[in-house]
Design a binder for this molecule. Structure first.
Ligand SMILES: CC(C)(COP(=O)(O)OP(=O)(O)OC[C@H]1O[C@@H](n2cnc3c(N)ncnc32)[C@H](O)[C@@H]1OP(=O)(O)O)[C@@H](O)C(=O)NCCC(=O)NCCS
Length: 151
C-alpha cells in the first residue's frame, strides 16, 4: 500500500474526526475529537503541527503536536506534546503511525522545538525514539494513567 504524509488542511477536518473516532472507538473517540477541536482553537497550544497519512486516495491517519510549556520556564526552550495519534484500524500495523511521528519531528525541529513529549506507554513509544520523561526529571502537571507510569 502506498502511503503519503502531508500537512493537514482545514478542509480535512471531517475526515480526520472520523479517523480519530474509528481509532479510539465509540467511548473515547468523541472525547478525543472534542479535544483536538479545542486544541486547534486554544491560543496557548499554538503553534501546532498536524499531519495526515493518505492511502488509496483517502486519509487513514492523523497526528497532532501542540506547543507546551515547561515549568520552571527555560529561556529559549521550545517544546511540544503529541495529542493524539490515530490510524484507521483497517490500516494499522503497517508502519503508518511510525511514519506520522517520524515525518512530524523534522518540521518541529526546524521550528526550534527541542523537546517533544508523548503520553503513552514507554514500550510503545521507544521504537519511535522516545525515552521515559522521568529519566530526565520531567513530571506531568496532570495525573498520568497507571499504564503510562514513568512515561
Ligand atoms: C497506536 C496507533 C496510532 C499505531 O498505529 P500503527 O499505524 O498501527 O503503528 P505502526 O504500524 O507504526 O506500529 C504498530 C505496530 O505495527 C508494527 N508494524 C509496523 N509496520 C509493520 C508491518 N509492515 N507489518 C507488520 N507489523 C508492522 C510495529 O512494529 C508495531 O509493532 P508492536 O505493536 O509490536 O510495537 C494505532 O494503533 C491507533 O490509532 N490506536 C488507537 C489510538 C491510540 O491508542 N493512539 C495512541 C495514543 S495517542
Amino acid at each position: 500500500m502506498e502511503i503519503g504524509v502531508r500537512e493537514a488542511e482545514a478542509e480535512d477536518w471531517t475526515t480526520i474526526s472520523t479517523v480519530i473516532e474509528k481509532a479510539f472507538g465509540k467511548e473515547e473517540g468523541p472525547e478525543l475529537v472534542e479535544l483536538v477541536a479545542a486544541l486547534q482553537k486554544d491560543e496557548t497550544a499554538q503553534p501546532l503541527w498536524a499531519l495526515v497519512a493518505e492511502a488509496q486516495g483517502g486519509i487513514v491517519g492523523h497526528v497532532l503536536f501542540t506547543s507546551t510549556r515547561l515549568k520552571p520556564e527555560i529561556v529559549g526552550e521550545r517544546s511540544a506534546i503529541t495529542a493524539p495519534l490515530s490510524v484507521d484500524p483497517k490500516c494499522q500495523r503497517q508502519g503508518i503511525g511510525g511514519r506520522l511521528i517520524a515525518h512530524a519531528l523534522e518540521p518541529l525541529r526546524q521550528d526550534g522545538v527541542q523537546l517533544v513529549f508523548v503520553l503513552g506507554g514507554p514500550a510503545d513509544y521507544s521504537r519511535n525514539g522516545f525515552v521515559s520523561a522521568g529519566v530526565h526529571g520531567f513530571e506531568a502537571h496532570y495525573p498520568v494513567p497507571e499504564t503510562c507510569a514513568d512515561a
